[in-house]
Design a protein around this ligand. Structure first.
Ligand SMILES: [Zn+2]
Length: 143
């Protein structure tokens, strides 16, 4: 059972930023995920994912958003979200929230263990702490 919290106005604004970046930059076979991160200072950085011909070298939107934020000097994160943009043949009119993949769960938690993640859970958009999404996270620390 995941411990979740309801979304607030800031969270809806963050989802909107993720939607806007992918609506503006959607490109079939190149970019169909948008992500946005809110920093503790309140800034929002949004980015698209990078698809690749060799699928396993694709770079997720969450990683791109974190990198964009850090490149602008902001490295303390409050909340992150990713959305998927429909493909033309899917006959869907809207973007939807997607959960971070396993690699992004590692990355997000590496860069901030108190970061909140917006995801769809039991059919509803909610948020939870990143550490709840990666139990018994790998660490190189000796415990
Ligand atoms: Zn990912």
């Amino acid at each position: 059972m995941l411990h979740t919290k309801p979304l607030n106005e800031n969270d809806y604004e963050l989802i909107k930023a993720a939607e806007e970046v992918i609506e503006k930059n959607y490109h079939y076979g190149r970019h169909h995920i948008g992500a946005a991160v809110r920093t503790k200072s309140g800034s929002i950085y949004a980015a698209v994912h990078l698809e690749a011909n060799v699928g396993r070298i694709a770079v997720c939107g969450e990683a791109m958003a974190l990198g964009k934020s850090i490149s602008e000097g902001e490295n303390e994160f409050e909340t992150i979200v990713a959305v998927a943009h429909p493909h033309p043949d899917e006959n869907i009119e809207y973007c939807w929230v997607v959960a971070p993949c396993g690699m992004c769960r590692e990355l997000i938690s590496d860069y901030g263990k108190d970061t909140e993640v917006i995801l769809s859970y039991n059919g509803e958009n909610v948020k939870c702490n990143i550490m709840d999404l990666i139990p018994e996270k790998y660490t190189s620390d000796v415990e």
